[in-house]
Design a protein around this ligand. Structure first.
Ligand code: EPZ
Length: 419
């Protein structure tokens, strides 16, 4: 039974909200657990649909996975592990492709369904495949599957055409058990990549430079199980910062790492919000006059594409015209049509969106097109006049735990109802 959010706009948000564990780290740490036959325990793991899907993938590979407590995931990879990640799971979550590197490193073979595209773009994996071939893997792609084999992965120098997050992570994991020292150049610098490397080093890997463009991995024979706390979710934190800004509220985000959001904080200040930064907290005081700014999404430390739609909702009611350029995904403006149903004036031209600020948005029935677009529509509803109904909110549940509860704790008038 699909459900929807009913959002009554107009309340200024206030109070404190805790950020959960990062979806885009937890999923990779779960895949990395396959690199050892010992048990791994992840704490601060978000209870979200994508983590459940990754748990199902690991179980299909032969591991046992359980939430031993609300935010603790325990993973016991059995031996022998199976090597196939099936289409019905990979098609639910393209991030499942991240098991390719660990399976190849641990078993010497892997059969993973090709991840389809998704609403935001083609999501190719050519760099994953080419990098694994540089490490000595033989890879065939056919009939919707990737078949990879390697007697033993051998270290090498890999230069990525583009700092792909997933490709960096797949290759990083594969290289931990390859013979010799691998160097990945033009690697992704996202904090989640550094969190994965920290996790792997705790397992006994020898990785240096993660978080920079050049990562060096000295292969080892074996990795061991660990207990590890997932880093805070910077995109969840950014989403709540926008909720505070768009409602002219006064919100404190707790359990976050402000250093992961420097450029986002700068943008919020340019838009007119007051932002106070503390060690693990960020306070935002939204202003009633929102200034137009231009945003271009870029690989980290550039402006994160995963906050593009949320900022578009905020700029929709700015006094002036803003331009958002989406450089990462070729189709991440799906949400514009829905936002315009709420009275915004946004026109897209290829990778550019021109946002002419309007005095206010009006509540309307809208459909979440994807995870971040859905969250942005709910946030837009907080500031809209009247009632906004956001349907297809299963997209939002993929990446946000207790989304409406956290917003309600801040004073939002939002509830989940079954359709
Ligand atoms: C990760 O996706 C995140 N997902 C995305 O978050 C995030 O938007 C993205 O990184 C960028 O930060 C997870 O971590 C699970 P990429 P990923 O490989 O790894 C192209 C969210 O909302 N590309 O850096 O898929 C690709 O088509 C999600 O939480 C190739 O062409 O990102 C895309 O246009 C959405 N060939 C661009 O690079 C390749 O081999 C960025 O992809 C790989 C990627």
């Amino acid at each position: 039974m699909s459900s929807k959010f009913i959002v009554r706009g107009g309340n200024r948000l206030g109070g404190k909200v805790k950020v959960g564990g990062a979806k885009n780290s937890a999923l990779k740490l779960m895949a990395a657990a396959l690199l050892t036959e010992e048990t791994t325990v992840l704490t601060n793991a978000p209870l979200i649909t994508d983590v459940r899907t990754m748990a199902a993938v690991l179980e299909r590979l032969g591991a046992s996975v359980r939430y031993s407590e609300p935010d603790v995931v325990e993973i016991k990879p059995s031996y022998p592990l199976y090597a196939e990640a099936p289409y019905e799971l990979v098609s639910q979550m393209r991030a499942s492709i991240i098991v390719l590197g660990p399976l190849l490193a641990r078993l010497g073979r892997a059969r993973v369904a090709m991840p389809g595209g998704c609403n935001i773009g083609s999501r190719k994996i050519d760099m994953h495949i080419r990098g694994l071939e540089v490490l000595g893997a033989r890879i065939e792609v056919g009939h919707g599957f990737i078949e990879a084999y390697s007697e033993k992965l051998v270290a090498n120098k890999i230069v990525l055409d583009y700092p792909s997050v997933g490709a960096t992570e797949n290759l990083l994991m594969a290289a931990t058990l390859a013979e010799g020292v691998t160097v990945i150049e033009n690697a992704a610098r996202e904090p989640e990549v550094a969190d994965l490397a920290k996790f792997l080093n705790k397992m006994g890997a020898k990785i240096e430079g993660a978080g920079s463009s050049t990562i060096q991995i000295e292969g080892v024979n074996k990795l061991h199980g660990v207990e590890y706390m997932v880093m805070p979710d910077r995109i969840e934190a950014g989403t709540f910062l926008v909720a505070g800004a768009i409602t002219g509220g006064d919100v404190i985000i707790e359990d976050t790492i402000p250093g992961h959001l420097e450029l986002v904080i700068n943008k919020l200040r340019s838009i007119g919000s007051i932002v106070e930064v503390y060690k693990t907290e960020i306070r935002i005081i939204g202003s009633d006059s929102i200034h137009a700014v231009d945003i271009a999404t870029l690989p980290y430390p550039g402006f994160p594409t995963d906050l593009q739609t949320q900022f578009m909702a905020l700029l929709a009611i700015a006094g002036g015209t803003s331009i958002i350029t989406e450089n990462i995904f070729e189709n991440r403006f799906m949400f514009v049509g829905e936002l315009n149903r709420m009275g915004s004036d946004v026109r897209t031209e290829g990778r550019h969106a021109v946002i002419r600020g309007v005095p206010s948005l009006s509540g309307a029935p809208v459909k979440a097109p994807d995870l971040r677009g859905g969250a942005a529509l709910a946030v837009a509803g907080l500031a809209a006049e009247g009632v906004t109904e956001v349907s297809d909110i299963h997209h939002i549940d993929r990446g946000y735990q207790n989304f409406e509860h956290k917003l309600r704790m801040l004073g939002a008038d939002i509830e989940r109802v079954g359709e």
